[in-house]
Write a protein that binds this ligand. Structure first.
Ligand SMILES: N[C@@H](CCC(=O)N[C@@H](CS)C(=O)NCC(=O)O)C(=O)O
Length: 206
């Protein structure tokens, strides 16, 4: 890859960690630019005009072009590597888990983590407080589904680690920070341990 790659990120974000973890797996060096989302640094006129009109990180900059959305950025980095299965069915199945992550998992687990660990319970609106129980229920359903799927298999798709595992690992491994009890999901714990044992694994705060 000849174009320079820059990850616009907040280092505390699991969505950004996914992209760094993917880059580590494929052995691609990337530069990073840090933003503090708590200070609204992704909502400035400059950021909206030049990086992402949607006001969010991560954004992967490739030369002078920009890829918002974490899973799209991961796909860009991993395309052509073993993280993306060559089998047509498995490739679609990998995408299935990545969409599941964005619809069933991240909006519940990551959002509650953000509210509790970054905003703080006292600063939440009444509606957000009410939503915690709803999101915990939905988040637990997502974890249970993963737990059942992983009962007789080592990886979410096929027989090797793929982007599906990386993208779902990011917020699963910090789900306890959102008040989820991962001990209820022993197959998920065993799967996370396999991911962490991979020689190219990096920690979220690395
Ligand atoms: N679906 C997007 C979600 C991106 C997202 O929610 N980013 C958060 C941090 S994890 C953010 O930038 N929040 C700041 C804001 O909304 O102002 C993705 O997967 O990249």
């Amino acid at each position: 890859m000849t174009e320079k790659i820059i990850l616009h990120e907040d280092p505390a974000s699991g969505n950004c960690y996914k992209v760094r973890l993917t880059a580590a797996h494929v052995g691609l060096p990337i530069e990073t630019r840090a933003y503090d989302i708590m200070k609204g640094e992704t909502r400035t006129p400059e950021f909206l005009a030049n990086v992402n009109a949607n006001g969010r990180i991560p954004v992967l900059q490739v030369g002078d072009r920009f890829i918002p959305e974490s899973n799209a950025a991961c796909f860009f980095l991993a395309d052509g590597s073993t993280l993306v299965p060559s089998d047509k069915f498995d490739r679609a199945d990998m995408l299935r888990w990545m969409f599941f992550e964005q619809y069933n998992h991240e909006p519940n687990i990551a959002t509650v983590r953000f509210w509790l660990c970054f905003v703080g319970l006292e600063a939440l609106t009444g509606l957000q407080r009410e939503q915690i129980a709803v999101k915990r229920k939905a988040g637990n359903e997502a974890l249970q589904l993963m737990n059942e799927h992983l009962a007789e298999r080592e990886w979410l798709v096929g027989d090797a680690i793929t982007l599906a595992d990386i993208c779902l690992f990011a917020y699963t491994h910090v789900a306890d920070e959102a008040g989820f009890d991962l001990n209820l999901y022993p197959n998920v714990i065993a799967w996370m341990e396999r991911i962490m044992l991979h020689p190219r694994h990096i920690e979220m705060n690395a």
